[in-house]
Design a protein. Sequence first.
Length: 207
Amino acid sequence: MIELYAAPTSNGLRAKIMLDETGLNYNLNIVDLAEGANQSDEYLDINPMGLIPTIIDPAGPDGQEVKLSQSMAILMYLANKSGRFMPEHLVNDTMFWRNSMSIATDMTGVLMAILTIGRMDSPHQPTINEFGARYHRYLRYWDGILADQQYAGANEVSIADFAFYPVIFRSKSMIPEFTNDCPNIDRWYEEIGARPGVQKGLDFGHS
């Protein structure tokens, strides 16, 4: 049984969606970020950086326990373990990895900056607008990609879709003003969001 330590952030949703999509058995341990649970001695013993998500798989390669953080690393590990969502023809595709890592670093980082500044007592709107414009440029880039292919990785569902979906999910609900004019993303978003595994993955009341 895999132990998942997560919260419903973009990174946390990635790991949970992937687990629900692969059908691997896991137990959800919700880490209350608002209460600082990620900085508790108990959690820091699991992940010294105090970040989520983290998984512990007692049945890793060669029967050895695996303790892993970083959402994209978790997605890749689970894809290898399950044999799903990492098509062989994409394994050495440079642009696939470039775009997938951009989702995890560029887009997620900018979204986090917008949300963090917006929660401040006196948010600086020009800074929010600057990050928002940058985020929208990223979305327009992806809208162009999805004009030519059905899914984020290619024409079949892959870990890129499960990395990307939580970012769009959170931005549509929290900063919708920066997500307009992207019809191809909207088409993709509706299709991926209709998947039972994705719907379950968004629900932090179930594992």
